[in-house]
Write a protein that binds this ligand. Sequence first.
Ligand SMILES: Nc1ncnc2c1ncn2[C@@H]1O[C@H](COP(=O)(O)OP(=O)(O)OP(=O)(O)O)[C@@H](O)[C@H]1O
Ligand SMILES: [Mg+2]
Length: 491
Amino acid sequence: MLDELAVANTELVGDDLAHARRLAMSWRLLADLCFADLLMLVPVAGEEAHRFVVVAQVRPTTGQTLYPSDMVGTVVDEVERPLLRRVWCGGDITEGDATVIGANERIRVQGIPARRGDSMVAVLTRETPTTMGRKLGELERVYLDVFERLSRMVADGAFPFEREELAPAEAPTVGDGAIVLDADAKIVFASPNAVSALHRMGIHAYTTGLHLAELGFEDAAVMAALRARAPVTEEMERGDVSLLMRAIPLLSYKRPVGALLLMRDVTELRRRDRMLMSKDATIREIHHRVKNNLQTIAALLRLQGRRLHSREAQQALEESERRIRSIAIVHETLSRDASDVVPFDEIVRPLVRVVEESVSTPERWLHFAVEGDAGNLPGEVATPLAVVLNELMQNAVDHAFPRDGDAPAGGHVLVRLVRSIDELRIDVIDDGVGLPPGFSLEQSTGLGLSIVQALVTGELAGSMEMRNGEPGTWVHVRVPIAAPRVSLQAG
Ligand SMILES: Nc1ncnc2c1ncn2[C@@H]1O[C@H](COP(=O)(O)OP(=O)(O)OP(=O)(O)O)[C@@H](O)[C@H]1O
Ligand SMILES: [Mg+2]
């Protein structure tokens, strides 16, 4: 969003645009510390800073918003917000009275120039209700003081940090618990939530004025952040308690003058992570057992077939055995990878091998080839497709190359996989005798093709076609695949 807006409306490009993007990814902290909405505005291209467009917006999680509706994309002119031009041209943090954009409510606005080196990137505005004038508590005073320091860093180009590892989604916020430290890493202030977190770790001492280390608290993250002049995220475990910490250095003229330590109790989160992991293992184990059971069933069918005298009945059981083995192959793959997508290639190749091995006799030679790549498929698509492929290959084996007198019969079977974003095409092509005269897929009564049709057109909502090739038989199967869900990073 930020990128599109910037490109369409402003002159913000290249490294400056990247700077604005990074700012928009890390400024929630600032909004929380000043309890107010922040807007990021950039001059409209070619208008010499007479009008600005809002390219990003963040609401405080610690206070109320003045902008319940989305402001991104709104254009603000000089008459409504003269302060913007003053900040952009003068380059200083400036405060003034104003009204809520698009409304009459009077508010206080602070304009903060966001710089990268010497170039001006954007103006941030802090939009504070005038009712904030009431007497401030200690927490508010401390947070606002940290906000002031961070906004000076924004104006100096020191915030966002250049070397910032991407904050994890579960990164602690100001509301989770915050400790403010001075340049010597002594505690200046600890928020009630931070004090509670310390309590859970067994630290009950009165905190202010002490070093973290004196409290028996791991201070490596803070020390590392002060040394590196960049944020450091670390997880600490003590007893059953897991604490995720993010240390953010506060800089003045590039020198560390303190740090903000955010902390979040992630004990419950980690417990759930562990549970999910064991669920994964359980699912893998279930697939594994299903596969073993299928193989047992296949073996039983084989035993039973040997005891039969009717050739027809024997063949029927052999075919069932073969069908079950192809499903077992899919489960083999599913049990290796607990995710719900499987690389279909890893199913196709063993499947081809099984069919190839089952037909290799001295009187017959058959060459199988696989072309293309089916990519990843959801498990619920891979299983029926494996059965389909198995039937089609088996048909080529059974019908395409009948023995002609004493001459050894043989030929080629090609399995071609063509994957696009939303569709998979499977062609099974042989160079055998072709379909019997008058053959039509609709009127065919064989069990194999009935299964194939039911799976392709029914379960997989796809389509299929069979026709004579020159020579041999072509089978085309098309199956729609749900497009992969792509998560687009906003901003
Ligand atoms: N590749 C092929 N070449 C020649 N004929 C084929 C080919 N594939 C299918 N056929 C014809 O289509 C008919 C129906 O196939 P289908 O798989 O439904 O049954 P089947 O193979 O005879 O028996 P089943 O698969 O149930 O064991 C076959 O009997 C055969 O005549
Ligand atoms: Mg068949």
